[in-house]
Ligand binder design. Structure first.
Ligand code: GLU
Length: 308
């Protein structure tokens, strides 16, 4: 039995007002550590400075507090940490695991490249073994890729169960720094979670395929693997995925109509944590929280009308 406190985190991208799916991810990531006297860290993932805004980050904080989801610490936003990421990038370079990639977007998405079922491609290794002379003949700025080992990375997700992926056949060498110098999500998230001592990563099921890449980087940087909980996506009763496009379900609209307990009650019931959608506070819900009650890739919000 492991008695270490759970350190969870919520790592939103402040590119708009929180919508119902973000609220659900925030709530689940908070409930698990808080049901066991653990800690919860907030971190703004604002690497994409063209899409993210400080005012959205501020609204996010206000919305979380309104929901009763208080954080123990907010770690610095990713946009301020490029010198930290530089150090980890250099570590990978010193290990001789990085190489520049000059492929254009259209080369990467070439029909001949093997594609995975989700539409992403497996990098064919085009620039893996270029000679120095071939590299210096290139005129475009390169992105940087990390070489992956031919092995599986597997884990037992707290919600989805066992998952494994071979990094060579199902991913290929992946980009850690873009041609414009911006570090990519996989590197930043690994460094940030690792440095903050995060022990449990809870996020949407759509990000499950990122975990093996992050586990590989954790090994290289000497961080421990966290536990993973990839939570289901929220669906409308008619079977459609709820998304940012449902503007009547963003926090601006929801806060005008509801009390936090009403919103949490509907989500808790949809998740299978409670028998009914009765209003409940986040604190009370923490007393009955159990990952074992959540399952699947999709959950239907049957009481959606109560939110509209
Ligand atoms: N920033 C990502 C998002 O807002 C979440 C990444 C993560 O939790 O690892 O969807």
């Amino acid at each position: 039995m492991n008695n270490e406190p759970i350190i969870g985190r919520f790592a939103p991208t402040p590119s708009g007002r929180m919508h119902l799916g973000n609220v659900f991810a925030a709530l689940m990531s908070w409930l698990s550590p808080k049901s066991q006297n653990g800690g919860w860290i907030l971190r703004m993932e604002d690497l994409d400075t063209l899409r993210t805004k400080d005012e959205y980050a501020q609204l996010l904080r206000e919305d979380l507090l309104w929901l009763g989801l208080d954080w123990d610490e907010e770690t610095p936003p990713q946009s301020t940490r490029s010198t930290v990421y530089d150090r980890y990038f250099q570590q990978l370079r010193d290990m001789d695991l990085l190489y520049p990639c000059y492929c254009t977007r259209s080369q990467l998405h070439n029909v001949n490249a093997p594609h995975l079922s989700d539409g992403t491609y497996v990098y064919a290794g085009t620039c893996r073994n270029l000679t120095e002379a071939e590299r210096s003949a290139k005129t475009r700025a390169p992105s940087w890729r990390v070489r992956v080992p031919d092995r599986d990375y597997g884990f037992t997700d707290l919600v989805q169960g066992p998952y494994r992926e071979n990094l060579v056949t199902e991913c290929g060498d992946f980009v850690v720094r873009r041609a414009d110098g911006v570090y990519v999500y996989q590197l930043a998230v690994t460094v940030d979670d690792g440095e903050a001592g995060v022990t449990e990563v809870c996020r949407g099921w759509d990000l499950m395929g990122s975990a093996p890449r992050q586990m590989y980087l954790q090994d290289l940087f000497g961080f421990r693997h966290p536990r993973y909980a990839h939570i289901p996506m929220l669906m409308a009763p008619e079977g459609r995925r709820l998304s940012k496009r449902d503007q009547d379900l963003d926090m601006g609209a929801l806060r005008n109509r509801l009390k936090p307990e009403q919103l949490i009650g509907v989500l808790a019931h949809a998740a299978g944590l409670t028998e009914t959608a009765q209003p409940i506070s986040a604190k009370e819900l923490a007393t009955v929280f159990d990952w074992g009650k959540l399952q699947g890739r999709e959950i239907v919000v049957t009481e959606l009308n109560e939110l509209r």
